[in-house]
Design a protein around this ligand. Structure first.
Ligand SMILES: CC(C)(COP(=O)(O)OP(=O)(O)OC[C@H]1O[C@@H](n2cnc3c(N)ncnc32)[C@H](O)[C@@H]1OP(=O)(O)O)[C@@H](O)C(=O)NCCC(=O)NCCS
Length: 178
């Protein structure tokens, strides 16, 4: 497994296995593995057609991380939404992070960081004016991840999650705006 377009995560020095993790574009065949990671690692899950629709519309920024056996151990997916700009009547394109997760055994190895930074480059293809996301206000691991990638907290969305928890709405402007 692995082509020259894939990314191998073992250069940061903190990856203990001798076999690299590969980050690559998601395929239709990967969706089962993606759903498995999602259902194990996150309380928010989605029907199959939702994943399929994201893959159909935004294949460039839907990435998976695989271990040396080819098993999916992480993923990230985005969609693009047209929303009115706050300061003008213009519409802008928000790159909205739909979901990211890494299997417990593979955490704190830089997998999420690699998924995030690579997918943010890829989603620029869809002419994104801003990257946006929601995160549970108690999800310190994820909040730290986003802050590390220069996201800032824009506001709080009250009772955003089904269980009533609030979300931070976090934003990052791409370096080159479209
Ligand atoms: C959040 C999550 C994706 C991070 O994945 P990961 O592969 O372990 O993250 P990385 O190894 O790339 O870490 C990148 C940064 O995230 C932050 N981070 C990750 N794990 C952390 C932890 N346990 N405690 C504090 N900060 C943490 C740190 O800032 C870290 O940078 P550093 O290593 O320089 O300190 C992972 O914990 C996960 O899958 N959680 C469950 C799903 C989830 O909450 N998704 C986000 C929904 S909004």
């Amino acid at each position: 497994m692995g082509t020259e377009k894939d990314t191998q995560i073992n250069s940061s020095g903190n990856f203990k296995d001798t076999n690299p993790i590969v980050v690559r574009k998601c395929t239709l065949e990967d969706l089962e593995g993606v759903i498995e990671v999602n259902e194990r690692e996150l309380p928010e899950d989605y029907p199959y057609f939702f994943y399929k629709s994201i893959l159909d519309h935004y294949p460039e920024s839907f990435l998976v991380a695989c271990n040396s056996n080819g098993k999916i151990i992480g993923y990230i997916m985005w969609r693009v939404e047209r929303t009115p700009a706050i300061t003008s009547l213009k519409l802008k394109n928000n790159g909205h992070l739909v979901s990211i997760a890494v299997s417990k055994n593979y955490r704190q190895l830089g997998v999420a960081s690699t998924l995030l930074s690579h997918s943010m480059k890829k989603i620029q293809k869809y002419k994104v004016d801003e990257f946006v996301l929601e995160v549970r206000i108690t999800n310190y691991e994820a909040i730290n991840l986003y802050k590390k990638h220069n996201y800032h907290t824009h506001s709080i969305k009250e009772k955003y999650y089904r269980d009533g928890e609030n979300a931070y709405y976090m934003i990052l402007k791409p370096k080159i705006s479209n």
